[in-house]
Design a protein around this ligand. Structure first.
Ligand SMILES: Cc1ncc(COP(=O)(O)O)c(C=O)c1O
Length: 403
């Protein structure tokens, strides 16, 4: 008799939906910690701050007031109106409340968008280094990711000419993420305009602009792609509350797009989870319209940490740290260190280098292979200055011995 094997039921979609290296490295760091090893983990992309008090209070009040039921699928009208005002006043974006669809996190908003417009045969241009979830979702939808690379010398921004050269009649979407996870890159207005010129020349093409790190910028300014001339109709703008307002666990994000696409995203939302949490949406209005001093305090704290990390990385020979004008990630290019031998470890890839850094020097980082950029590693500095100081000293000792 043959035994039932549940694994034999799995289809390729479920096997490839894997955030791989990020999860693997944070799990390995946790395991070492439980064995008593003093590990500094720089793996996770989540603020270490608690959600500001006024937002917590608004959620509690909303719950007490009975907002504990199903929400309209695309979100409560008050929040959609507040987001329409926010997008206009802060980002110069003209989306009516009807063109905004709330979701359980920006991640779901991205999935709603991609599942609405991408199917088998469609190509999606991804600008590496990129956040891995885009690629997973494009594959989910049956689309083909077309990956273009930018180097640290290019400040991790793919030049417009290379994007233009990659467009085929099958290209339907370009995924843009400024400020970027993992590189911290911020696209300037001129760079966005150059991209808009390309999009204008291809009527079958849209841009998904993920702006979730907009409140964590240190150098330069936020510019929204959809605010470039003629780009309102050609852009799906994604944003959320997780990063700037330190609300990762609350699960609220949104996408804004021309109405037919917004409605399609609502259908995806309805089919998969129904409307986002009702009292969290009430609290989100307080986040948008209440005082922003906590948001600014967190930004300043990230900036101090950014300076510490940059100083620490720049002191390591062979590493190119780049600039980090935004976010809480560093993405140094360590390719010059690859090929080294450290004891029994052959460090030919950043996967091997990150394993070695964790095993021998007790610092957990994420290899760039997780972001389509295998010559770099990602460090999240959403942790205390004491932990950053410890991590930098250990990395200087470990990586410094390789150079
Ligand atoms: C670039 C980017 N977009 C979207 C998200 C998802 O955010 P959310 O928590 O709202 O799903 C993340 C989270 O790491 C991210 O880095």
């Amino acid at each position: 008799m043959t035994l039932f094997d549940p694994a034999a039921l799995l289809v390729s979609r479920s096997k490839t939906a894997d955030e791989g290296a990020i999860i693997r490295m944070s799990q390995r760091a946790r395991e070492l910690r439980t064995k008593g090893v003093d590990v500094v983990s720089l793996t996770l992309g989540e603020p270490d701050f608690d959600t500001p008090d006024n937002i917590q209070q608004a959620a509690t009040e909303a719950m007490k007031a009975g907002f504990t039921h199903y929400s309209p699928v695309m979100g409560i009208p008050e929040l959609r109106a507040a987001l329409s005002r926010k997008l206009k006043s802060e980002n110069g974006l003209d989306y009516s409340a009807n063109e905004i669809c709330l979701a359980n996190g920006a991640k779901q908003a991205i999935a709603n968008a991609i599942l609405s417009i991408i199917e088998q045969g469609d190509e999606v241009i991804m600008l590496a280094p990129f956040w891995v979830s885009y690629e997973i979702t494009v594959r989910f939808a049956g689309g083909t990711p077309v990956v273009l690379h930018a180097s640290v010398e290019e400040n991790y921004k793919v030049p417009a000419s290379r994007i233009a050269a990659a467009i085929t009649p099958k290209t339907k979407l370009i995924v843009l993420n400024s400020p970027s996870n993992p590189s911290g890159a911020v696209w300037s207005k001129a760079e966005l305009q150059a991209l808009a010129d390309i999009v204008r020349a291809h009527p079958h093409l849209m841009v998904l602009s993920d702006e979730i790190y907009e409140y964590i910028i240190f150098d330069g300014a936020m510019n929204s792609f959809g605010a470039m001339p003629g780009m309102r109709e050609r852009t799906i703008t994604v944003n959320g509350f997780s990063k700037g307002f330190a609300m990762t666990g609350w699960r609220l994000g949104y996408a804004a797009a021309p109405e037919p696409i917004a409605k399609a995203m609502g259908r995806m939302q309805s089919a998969i989870t129904a409307g986002a949490n009702q009292f969290v949406q009430r609290a989100a209005i307080a986040a948008l319209e209440g005082p922003r001093d906590a948001v600014e305090r967190m930004r300043k704290e990230y900036q101090l940490r950014r300076d510490m990390v940059l100083g620490g990385l720049n002191a390591i020979p062979g590493i190119k740290a780049g600039q980090i004008p935004a976010t809480f990630y560093a993405f140094p290019d360590v390719s010059a260190l690859l090929g080294s031998k450290a004891g029994n470890h052959l460090l030919y890839t950043t996967d091997a280098l990150c394993d070695w850094l964790l095993d021998e020097h007790h610092v957990a980082t994420v290899p760039g292979s997780a972001f389509g950029a295998p010559g770099s590693i990602r460090l999240s500095f959403a942790c205390s200055e004491a932990e950053i100081g410890k991590a930098m000293a250990r990395m200087q000792k470990g990586l410094g011995s390789l150079a």
